[in-house]
Structure formats: C-alpha cells, structure tokens
Design a protein around this ligand. Structure first.
Ligand code: BGC
Length: 417
C-alpha cells in the first residue's frame, strides 16, 4: 500500500521519491450523478477526499443507467487517457477487467478487510479472476414505488400490496385529475419499471430464467406477454409530456403533488430527501406490489483504471479506502438513497425507507432472492441489456402489441448473444 503524505508538503514529496512512496494526485472521476440528490451525495465523497487533501476533477456524463457515461469512458480509454476512477455497474466492470484495463485493488482490500464485509453478490462484480478491481460504494434496488403521501391520504389510498390494488390506486389518482404515474420516456427508465413488472408477474424464478439465464421459453412465453400487458396498463397512466423527461423531473412531479406515484430505483429517495421531504410524512416508499421479499439490486462501484503514474495510483488507493470506510458508507448512503455495500454498517442514521431497504437486502441475501437488476447492468452484459431496452421501449411507445413484444424479445436477445 502506498502511503499518502499530503501533496502540499514538498519535503514529503521529496521523501516520497526517495522511498518510492507516492504523493496522491487529484482524482479524476467520471460519473453520471447529475441530479440534485445525486450531486448532494457526490458532495459527501468530494468532501471526504478534500479532508485528505485529495482534489476532485469532475467528469459528469448525464444519463441514468450510465449508457452515455460508458460511451464516454470508451472514448477516453481509446484515446489512451483513462480517467482515474469511473462509476460503473455490474457487467461493465467485468468487461473492462477482462480487457485488462482495470487496476488491481487487492492491497487496499486486504488491508481494510473487504472480503469479510462485502456481500458475495457484490463481490461477484467487484472482483475479476479473484482480484479486487472495483470498490462498491452502495447497493440500490429497482423494485420500488415512490408515492406522494398527501395525495394518497386525500384519496383514501392505502399502500397497495397486489398488482390489482396498485392499478386501482393509479386509477383513483387519475380520476382526481392528476398524473397517476410520473414517468420519463427514456429506454432505461422503461427498463427500470420492467424489472419490477416482470418480477410482479412471475417472481424471482421467472425473472432469473428470463434475464439471467436468457431462457427463450421465459422471454417469449405467456408470463412475458402478461408483463408487457402490465406495461401497457402503466403506459395508460402517464401524462402526455412523458417523452424524454429525466427521471428526477418525474420524481419532482411526485414531490410536488402533481403526480401520485413513480416506479424507480431508490436513487429517487435522494430527490425527496434533497427537497426536504420526510418518509412516512410527505412520501411513502413500498416495493412494487407483488414483489415483496425480492430485491433486484444494482451496486454503484468505482473501478480504477490502470495508470502508470504513482501519484494517480496513490489517489486511487486512497479513494478506494475512503469509499469503503464504515463512516463514509453511512454518511453517503443516507443522502444517496441507497444502502451500504458493507454488512457491518449500523442503520441508526438511516430514515425509515433506508432501514427497510437495509432489512430487505439482508433478508433477500439470506433467502436467495437478491437478484441482479436487468435494467442496471447486473443481470447480463450490456449488449443483451440494450437489446431488451429496445424491445421494451418500442412496446411502451406502441410499436408492438404484447405478443409481438415477447416474440421480439426472444429474437433480439438471441441476436445479441
Ligand atoms: C445508478 C444510480 C443513479 C441512477 C440514476 C443508476 O444506474 O446506479 O446511482 O442514481 O442510475 O442516475
């Protein structure tokens, strides 16, 4: 492990040169955390590093799910100039590691004991070939609904636990003249809803068969047709201006009572918190009806690209160490809406939705129902994910009926393999 001595001390820098202990540079961080809540969470990380005299060189690339960010990373690496640290999801980490592009974090991982505290489901993505290549900063999950509490109370809506109850609740909101479902028409947002919808139809076995095993019988069968029918039902509850809307603007519609519900990963909670809203008072969080007990997760990790410069390497090690410290994990995830990637972080600082998310995660890990999110790169590689995105979004926009969409899913996934 390279030590860090504070980069303003030139005497120390000289010492570093003579003992091959490097002084940490700034970190250059490529990420897609550009909404208000995300920026607030990022601020926690920046501040933590600033406290260690590590400067921050920001490279934001907007777009949930990280598609645009991944395109930007590819361009930087191709140009021979990779960023120091990159926010990355699931299979993207594995793909970059397979290309030999990532730095080995084994030394800091061993010194800090990551093996003992990071759940196996996350390690499957943080490690390649038995070596740590990324530091998991959080665990999000996608099968959540966010609701405006005042709207629910006014309309006498109890928390729905079945799909039919959910549809009835959406109808009540629509009848009241509001937008029932806040949604942004972008492929990744539709795919995020699809995670919860597929799970609500067929449970974890069906979800795994379709998105992880890519079983054509699951991808093209009756249950998938039903999932597309449910998507069409949801489509009937969005407003006319949904096309292209960013997810955080959809969250804002729920926050200000213009809409009743949003189906979105728990990064949406970051928007509510950032707006000063309190769970149980201003808003409600519940699992997509019909998916209780199952968690479709995605973990934001920081992958460090292999760079030759010793100062950059020192900054990478320090950033990885900071990210994984229990105090940071608590402070960051409280703001981000996610839960810690370590199992030993107390839940005291978390609000009710956060406590529920932590308990759900632990129970799902224990019960074998913690499953990688298709929409957020934890079920299969990007090529497959994108093929599914295309079909889901085409159906949502009325290009296919449910039967055709299920058939197209089989074809598209096959072609992408
Ligand atoms: C990331 C979240 C992020 C969300 C929306 C997801 O893919 O995991 O951290 O907040 O996209 O930008």
């Amino acid at each position: 492990m390279r030590g860090y001595f504070g980069k303003t001390l030139t005497a120390m820098a000289a010492l570093a040169l003579t003992t091959s202990v490097a002084v940490a540079d700034d970190v250059e961080v490529l990420h897609w955390w550009t909404s208000g809540g995300e920026a607030a969470a990022l601020g926690v990380l920046k501040e933590d590093l600033a406290g260690k005299s590590i400067g921050w060189n920001d490279m934001p690339v907007a777009g949930g799910g990280g598609e645009a960010a991944m395109t930007a990373v590819r361009a930087r690496v191709t140009a021979g100039n990779p960023p120091t640290a990159v926010q990355m999801l699931g299979f993207d980490i594995q793909d970059w590691a397979a290309e030999g592009a990532l730095a080995n974090l084994d030394e800091v991982a061993a010194a800090e004991g990551w093996d003992a505290v990071v759940p196996a489901a996350l390690q499957a993505f943080s490690k390649y070939d038995g070596h740590w290549v990324a530091a998991p900063v959080n665990v999000h999950s996608t099968n959540w609904v966010w609701a405006n509490k005042a709207v629910m109370d006014e309309l006498g809506i109890a928390e729905p636990t079945t799909w039919d109850e959910f549809v009835a609740a959406l109808q009540k909101v629509k009848d009241s003249g509001r937008t029932a479902l806040a949604h942004g028409g972008q492929a990744w947002q539709e795919a995020t809803m699809f995670d919860g919808v597929v799970l609500s139809v067929g449970g974890p076995e069906f979800y795994k068969a379709a998105f992880i095993d890519l079983d054509p019988a699951a991808l093209g069968g009756e249950q998938m047709v039903e999932a597309f029918n449910r998507m069409a039902t949801l489509r009937s509850f969005v407003d006319d201006n949904f096309s292209g809307r960013d997810w955080n603007l959809a969250s804002a519609m729920v926050i200000n009572g213009e809409a009743g519900f949003q189906i979105m990963g728990d990064w949406a909670k970051g928007e509510f918190i950032n707006a000063g809203k309190v769970p149980g008072v201003d808003f409600a969080c519940f699992r997509v009806p019909g998916t209780a007990g199952v968690v479709t997760f995605n973990s934001d990790q920081f992958a460090m690209f292999a760079v030759a410069d010793a100062g950059a390497q020192a900054a990478q090690a320090e950033m990885a160490r900071s990210i994984m410290s229990p105090a940071f994990q608590s402070a960051f995830n409280v703001v981000k809406g996610s839960v810690p990637s370590r199992t030993d972080v107390p839940n005291d600082a978390f609000d009710d939705c956060g406590k529920k998310a932590m308990a759900d995660l632990a129970a799902a890990a224990e019960g074998g129902t913690l499953i990688g999110s298709m929409a957020h790169g934890h079920a299969n590689r990007a090529a497959i994910k994108n093929a599914i995105y295309d079909v889901v979004t085409a159906h949502f926009n009325g290009e296919y009926d449910a039967e055709t969409a299920a058939a197209e899913l089989v074809t598209a996934v096959e072609a992408a393999q």
